[in-house]
Design a protein around this ligand. Structure first.
Ligand code: UD1
Ligand code: MG
Length: 461
């Protein structure tokens, strides 16, 4: 590969994001369930760069865990502007020669294809810098692309430094560029901070390069959403709505049934099988759903659900659900495995448990750290006492066990197969197989006692 073909990428992500009014660094704000930086990193790494570097600053220790090992980190402290941020990568790119893409950590929806087009034009037009620009009806807030009488790019002027004439320009700078690495690092030190924000603007390098007779081009992006930078919560909310709608539409194209696309929330990582119905209010994050399911308002995250499942308004996380399972409303299920043909009623909490095939769990149960076998029936109000105040304990119910309503077990216990636990039992030790268990107090009946009580209450009448 010759130098001209080599690609480096710099992602600017050191900013505090003042306009967000948040304690979090801006690039950790979530868009459709994922931090902004993740979107940009995914796109950057898909281009297979020789070197990918990210510039971190404000609370960088919080951002570091989101940066994969093949990405280099430069620290910018304090944050003196986008030009100053790029300067901090000089050492990382010391031996590099080729083109460098500069991306913004706060422009999450930029498409791979758009970047490829930018690089392509940079190469084709033999330029030393290419700016990704766009024509916006409302360009306020963005830097403007200034062109000379030959319609060639001559500078970028920031909104805060712009006069009336510049403000009227509709072509904006997306903050995404492709530079010849040699000239990028040659001219960066020439940037001054004599501007409205006293910052070292990367955008000033355009004017410097043009004055030094380098060819600078602007490549217009047709898609305005993808170049949108997120600076405040209103922009974040708007983009989130756009992205959810776009994602829902792409699922429709794949045969998923969504009646109300404005009211489903599916992130960009999730996959959904054809003819699965996603009803209004459903939230699906980082999950894989099979075919022919119905999700009626559930919130599903980090989970896998196989085909023909019915899920109501329940919260399901980090759980694998096999085929033909039904789960009704108001259940909270986390870190579980639920095998084929199980049925779960309403209002159950099920955590860190495995439930084998054909088992039914009625309503209002609390099941934690459990293994429940095949063909069991767990009636209303079953409760597992798994925590002794210091440690969690696990219990197991084997196959073909019936547990009557209102039972509780004090973990750790094993209930062996083919057993029948009568309603209201409290199980504190192992149950052998084929057993009928009645672990409850007998009924004590004292006839005629009601009169005594009434007299007591009415003051000895
Ligand atoms: C920048 C551009 C503007 C463009 C807009 C597009 C400059 C001077 N302006 O403005 O022309 O229209 O993006 O969205 O470049 N950052 C750092 N260190 C810093 C400052 C910023 O790493 O010291 C990072 C931020 O984290 C962010 C990116 O650079 O990811 C852009 O910074 P931001 O403050 O949002 O610049 P804008 O005002 O949006
Ligand atoms: Mg910005």
């Amino acid at each position: 590969m010759n130098d001209a073909e080599k690609l480096g990428i710099i992602i600017l992500a050191a900013g505090l994001g003042k306009r967000m009014k948040s304690d979090l660094p801006k690039v950790l704000q979530k868009l459709c369930g994922r931090p902004l930086i993740n979107y940009v990193l995914d796109t950057a790494l898909a281009l297979n760069p020789e070197i990918c570097a990210v510039v971190l600053g404000f609370k960088n220790e919080l951002v570091r865990p989101f940066i994969s090992e093949n990405v280099k980190i430069a620290i910018q402290e304090p944050q003196l502007g986008t030009g100053h941020a790029v300067m901090q990568t000089a050492e990382i790119f010391e031996k590099f020669s080729g083109k460098i893409l500069v991306l913004c950590g706060d422009v999450p929806l930029l498409k791979l294809l758009t970047l490829k087009k930018l690089i392509n034009q940079y190469d084709k037009q033999e330029s030393d810098a290419a700016i990704l620009s766009a024509e916006l009806d409302d360009p306020s807030g963005y830097g403007r692309i200034v062109r000379n009488e030959h319609n060639e790019v001559s500078a970028i002027v920031e909104d805060k430094d712009a006069d009336k004439n510049i403000k009227a320009i509709k072509e904006i700078n997306s903050g995404i560029y492709c530079f010849n690495s040699k000239y990028l690092f040659k001219y960066l030190p020439n940037i001054k901070n004599t501007n409205a924000q006293s910052e070292y603007y990367l955008t000033d390098i355009i004017d410097i390069m043009v004055k030094n007779k380098h060819k600078v081009i602007a490549v217009k992006s047709a898609n305005k959403i993808e170049i949108e930078g997120i600076n405040n919560r209103l922009q974040l909310a708007r983009l989130e709505k756009e992205l959810y709608a776009d994602t829902a539409k792409s699922h429709l194209e794949n045969g998923v049934v969504i009646n109300d696309i404005e009211n489903v929330y599916i992130d960009t990582l999730s996959k959904i099988g054809a003819e699965t119905v996603i009803m209004a209010g459903s939230v699906i994050m980082n999950s894989i759903l099979g075919k022919n399911c119905v999700i009626d308002g559930g919130a599903i995250s980090d989970s896998e659900i196989k085909e023909n499942c019915n899920i109501g308004k329940s919260t399901i996380s980090k759980t694998k659900i096999f085929a033909n399972v039904s789960i009704n409303d108001y259940n909270v299920i986390g870190d579980c495995e639920i095998k084929n043909n199980c049925a779960i009623g309403n209002n159950n909490t099920i955590k860190n448990s495995c439930i084998d095939v054909n088992t039914k769990i009625q309503n209002n149960c609390n099941i934690e750290d459990m293994e429940i076998g095949k063909n069991c029936y767990i009636s209303n109000g079953f409760s597992v006492c798994n925590f002794d105040g210091f440690n969690n304990h696990t219990s197991k119910i084997s196959d073909f066990v019936f547990v009557g309503a209102g039972c509780q077990i004090v973990s750790p216990v094993n209930i062996n197969s083919n057993s029948y636990i009568t309603s209201g039992s409290t199980i504190i030790k192992d149950v052998e197989e084929d057993s009928l268990i009645m672990a409850r107090f007998d009924v004590v009946a004292k006839r005629g006692y009601m009169d005594k009580i009434k007299k007591k209450i009415n003051g000895g009448e």
